[in-house]
Design a protein around this ligand. Structure first.
Ligand SMILES: [Zn+2]
Length: 457
């Protein structure tokens, strides 16, 4: 439903955005200029050279970058907000796998993905990295529906060929790879906004042969990768049994080029510091693989695994609400940020109940405080501005120049009406954004949404 219009205009309002992790800009009654879908920057006075552009007057509203959901499962949207009583592996077997099996039925997928796409369109999310199920027709249908929203997304057909119920397996590595190739032939390049991403569910669901094939496919087709890593302690122990050759869980992806970094030559000869990146053991070591990858969670990554992720430039998708609901743990986000790693936020629906990335921002702050108080006082909690960075620039850079309103970034923006969150106090722009993150459900409203300069609503 993207409205056709000029992608050159000016938004006037109370603007706040991150320039970087540590630089936050908040200005009352400012102008953000969009030319051909790209921000020209934020100005207190509108420069003469932009005087001819139409002005969308949102005075008194907040103008912020669109939010990026770096990890969400579309077929699990149907059971968000219930089934919170089990840990990860039991939760998968009891609730998730039976639900995802239903997407063999295209009529069910049509209804379920219709709700997901509608709600994602109405949410604060402008970009997302999305898991579908392993079913090719349903995954293509999801991509059709997402394309129509105007949001920009990566969508993955999920790969599973072991430790999966009969109703939810591709049967063999060969069959899984063949289905993935057929899916890619159908969808790769078929959309403007929607792109495929290679998606092994996680190591327990994928044989080495499947992982090897997916790494080769990512390299051949120039596709990114998304998966899960070091979420839960039982899962990590199981991976150790399944892949005794691996020094850490992360190596079960990296051996096949599935952690990213292929275009940086990072996998050649293990020249990176720390030794953790040397891959010399076993067959199948390849120079090929994905240039970039997202690994969700990384709650318990060992120092060797962290070094491997850092060396590969792997994105960590931090999913604090899911980690609490499935009782998994708390990722050491501060440590990853201190190491200069790329970290974004994910809702991880249905591990996370809410599709709201505003909720994700405040959950990240709260989880970091609990971690600081209960686990490790050497890692300072996140500030609201740092968590907002994770939800914008942190995850946005996976999509390119995305996640800020600074000059040169794709014009992804939200106009927020916070007038319904009433208070007699005069609040600053920064405080109003913080309050919107916490209280958006109590009178806040997303008035407009833009993706790369296109108005979604
Ligand atoms: Zn997940």
């Amino acid at each position: 439903m993207g409205e056709s219009q000029t992608r050159s205009f000016v938004l006037r309002g109370d603007v706040c955005y991150n320039r970087s992790l540590t630089e936050f800009d908040a200005r009352r009654d400012a102008y953000v200029v969009c030319v051909d879908g790209v921000s020209q920057g934020v100005f207190d006075e509108l420069p003469d050279r932009y005087q001819g552009l139409p002005v969308v007057d949102c005075a008194g509203r907040l103008v912020v970058p669109g939010l990026v959901d770096l990890h969400v499962h579309a077929p699990q949207y149907t059971f968000r907000g219930i089934a919170m009583d089990l840990e990860l592996l039991d939760w998968l077997n009891t609730y998730t796998f039976p639900e995802e099996s239903k997407y063999a039925d295209l009529a069910y997928a049509d209804e379920a993905y219709g709700y997901f796409a509608q709600d994602l369109r109405a949410s604060a999310t402008t970009r997302a990295a999305i898991f579908a199920s392993l079913h090719v027709p349903a995954t293509a249908l999801l991509m059709d529906k997402l394309e129509a929203t105007g949001l920009k997304t990566y969508v993955g057909k999920v790969n599973m060929d072991r430790n999966s119920p009969d109703s939810l397996t591709d049967g063999s590595a060969q069959a899984s790879l063949a289905a993935t190739c057929a899916w890619l032939d159908q969808v790769d390049g078929a959309y403007r906004n929607t792109r495929p991403i290679i998606t092994p569910r996680f190591t327990p669901s994928c044989t080495d042969a499947l992982m090897e094939g997916l790494g080769a496919l990512a390299g051949e087709r120039g596709l990114p990768v998304q998966s899960h890593l070091s979420e839960n302690l039982t899962e990590i122990a199981w991976v150790g049994e399944l892949c005794p050759w691996a020094a850490c869980y992360g190596e079960t992806y990296d051996r096949w080029g599935l952690l990213g970094g292929a275009d940086k030559g990072a996998r050649k000869g293990g020249a990176d510091k720390g030794g953790a990146t040397e891959r010399g053991t076993g067959p199948g070591v390849t120079e090929r693989g994905a240039s970039k990858a997202i690994m969700a969670h990384c709650n318990y990554s060992s120092p060797e695994e962290v070094e491997l992720l850092r060396a590969r430039g792997t994105y960590v998708a931090h999913c604090p609400q899911s980690n609490a609901n499935v009782a998994s743990g708390i990722a050491p986000v501060r440590r990853y940020l201190d190491l200069g790693m790329d970290v974004g936020l994910g809702t991880d629906v249905a591990g996370g109940a809410s599709l709201s990335m505003f909720r994700g921002v405040t959950d990240a702050v709260m989880a970091s405080k609990l971690r600081w108080r209960c686990v490790d006082q050497s890692l300072a909690p996140l500030t609201i501005q740092e968590a907002f960075y994770l939800a914008t620039l942190g995850g946005g850079s996976f999509f390119g120049r995305v996640g800020s309103l600074a000059a040169g970034y794709d014009f992804d923006a939200l106009v927020l009406d916070d007038s319904g969150i009433r208070s007699p106090r005069q609040l600053g722009v920064e405080q109003r954004l913080e309050r919107f993150c916490y209280l958006h459900g109590e009178g806040g409203r997303i008035e407009h949404k833009y993706v790369a300069g296109n108005k979604v609503f």
